[in-house]
Design a protein around this ligand. Structure first.
Ligand SMILES: CC(C)(COP(=O)(O)OP(=O)(O)OC[C@H]1O[C@@H](n2cnc3c(N)ncnc32)[C@H](O)[C@@H]1OP(=O)(O)O)[C@@H](O)C(=O)NCCC(=O)NCCS
Length: 185
């Protein structure tokens, strides 16, 4: 996609992190688990994507797509019958993309014990109905924690860009090698 549309006039210039905070809770049912009775990683990733999208919607107030999900740490298993709570907020808004952080806790319904079980970072890109990218409002960090996440999000973006450039280089080098092999007598 080449051009960026004008920002939605209904969008304010900036939004706070608090205005993007989102949360959902799910009860882990048999269909969500593997043969050991633990929550499937893919199912948890779906919950993470959904909760992350809620924060991105609240920030951008337009359509969004998931561009990347990275740095997922599965810290400990979630068991059948646990309550899983996910919390998300936008860490930083760039031009058309937003980095969202999602943190996940599991609660044992019998003991009430709560454990942090996973964390992830996702990037969502704002688009219109035709799939054209849209600018997003800027994000204003207000607390020391929000400022730390805001600064870290830029470092992660630089890391993603460097990794993406490296992968492109490898792809080009492989294509050149295949082309050279084809031309060998
Ligand atoms: C995500 C997508 C819109 C990016 O489109 P693109 O033409 O590559 O756009 P650009 O390279 O110009 O990048 C647009 C923005 O996305 C970001 N972006 C693109 N690919 C990214 C990636 N892999 N990781 C993180 N950010 C990414 C860019 O940094 C840029 O952000 P900025 O505008 O804030 O600077 C496009 O690749 C897409 O539609 N992918 C499929 C999304 C999808 O189907 N998701 C699952 C279902 S929702």
């Amino acid at each position: 996609m080449s051009s960026v549309q004008n920002p939605n006039p209904a969008n304010p210039i900036a939004r706070t992190v608090a205005s993007t905070q989102s949360e959902m809770t799910e009860l882990v049912l048999p269909n969500d688990t593997n043969t050991l009775g633990n929550l499937l990683g893919g199912r948890l990733m779906h919950f993470i994507d959904m909760t992350g999208a809620m924060a991105a919607y609240r920030h951008s107030r337009t359509y969004i797509v998931t561009a990347a999900m990275d740095h997922i740490d599965f810290i400990q298993p979630v068991h059948l019958g646990n309550l899983v709570t996910l919390k998300s907020s936008v860490n930083r808004a760039f031009n058309t993309s937003m980095e969202v952080g999602v943190k996940v806790w599991a609660e044992d319904t019998q003991t009430g014990k709560v454990a942090h079980v996973a964390s992830a970072y996702l990037v969502f890109v704002a688009i219109d109905k035709e799939g054209r990218r849209r600018q997003v409002p800027q994000l204003v960090p207000e607390t020391p924690d929000e400022l730390r996440r805001y600064q870290d999000a830029l470092r992660r973006r630089e890391h993603r860009e460097a990794e993406s450039a490296r992968r492109k280089q490898v792809k080009l080098a492989n294509a050149a090698q295949e082309e050279a092999a084809k031309n060998e007598p």
